[in-house]
Design a binder for this molecule. Sequence first.
Ligand code: PLP
Length: 453
Amino acid sequence: MNTAVDTASLRKLDQSHHLHPFTDFHDYAEHGGRIFSKAEHIYIYDSEGHKMLDGMSGLWCCNLGYSQQSIIEAVYHQMQELPYYNNFFNCSNQPAVELAKALVDVTPANFNHVFFTNSGSEANDTNIKLAHRYFDLIGKPSKKLIISRKNAYHGSTVAAASLGGMSAMHKQARGLDYVHHINQPHWFEEGAEEDPNAFGIRVAQELIAKIDELGEDNVAAFIAEPVQGAGGVIIPPDSYWPEVQRICDERDILLIADEVICGFGRTGKWFGSETYGIKPDLMTFAKAVTNGYMPLGGVMVGDRVADVLLAGGGEFAHGLTYSGHPAACAAGLETLRILKDTNIIETAASDVAPHFQARLQEYVDHPIVGQVRGKGMFAAVELVSDKSSRERLAPESGGAVYCRNVANENGLMVRQTGDAMIMAPPLVCNREEIDILIDKLGAALDATASHFG
Ligand code: PLP
């Protein structure tokens, strides 16, 4: 597969038949892209042999990198034993049972039940149904509306995209009419001269205003990522989450934490909810639960909701053919075992992440950097042409796209969102590998500065 001829023919076939997610089909058919063929530790290799340091952990999922042999073996053995059976109609399988228990053990104490899906999007769809069912069962059937945030990402099925607040996605798919959005806690973009904590409180209080506008008797839940990932690694001001939590405690609505990116160590603790002191009723997970090796997601259902569902009232009319797939659950079980036994989350949080964040701060004074923000192994560098006015480097996020392309060409996989460079390196990086990432990022920033300077 590593010859130029194979790559050329593969690329042609790919361009001819394969419609890629979040891709401009016309542009791809014309220009094609990279075909990845191999990965090791924190490095990915394309079919032409180019090696890249994966500063994004795949799509924020391979927190333990690419060489976790025991996860691969766990999946292989499970496939030999029981490659598939479903969990519908009172059936179960050993890895699903054991993973449910393992998840209960690592999540906050109020979580004692899990509903499995294949992805984060499906898990968020499930959240809506769970919230609706909960309020129906407690005799409050008018509570159906969900409040979310602009620029949130909760997935791309119709329901998950409705929950999300990405305007480009809303333009292409008519959203569910029972989802409403408030502003995001994006101080750099929307806080202007305001004190960050005052801004955090003000944006959190939009939740009260929205509940009052819609009527508390009609609102079922508020959903949010502890740190918005795809929206641009938006680190909320310290004041934000305590105020949101206070509002949710006061009002009769469920709090749903979407932990699809933040979960399993990304922000320095097992879950972003722990990092920010959030006490959710429902918690979405996916991605790093299997280290990205198998598709698996789900909802952790807190006791407040689970107790009502378990008390009776008939069947929960929801499920996926692969909910609790034995091979995916085997991958999850082994991933959690590694996370627990190696203390990798704690090591990353106490040693590698502080180094990562400190080194990134070196770029605060770079001429095209407006803000460096981050938490744990998660960061964004916002590009500007003028630091005080926060003016963009180029129209249509052209500066960050340019910078990302230079970084990619120089062997660093990073992502661009709006005018920001986004990074979420594997938790298994060591300090030296973080230094390589930081140096490659710096070279891309310098090249971007001279290009636009
Ligand atoms: N929620 C969040 C916070 C995400 O970042 C994502 C994906 O990036 C999803 C949900 C959707 O997950 P999936 O792509 O597995 O459907």
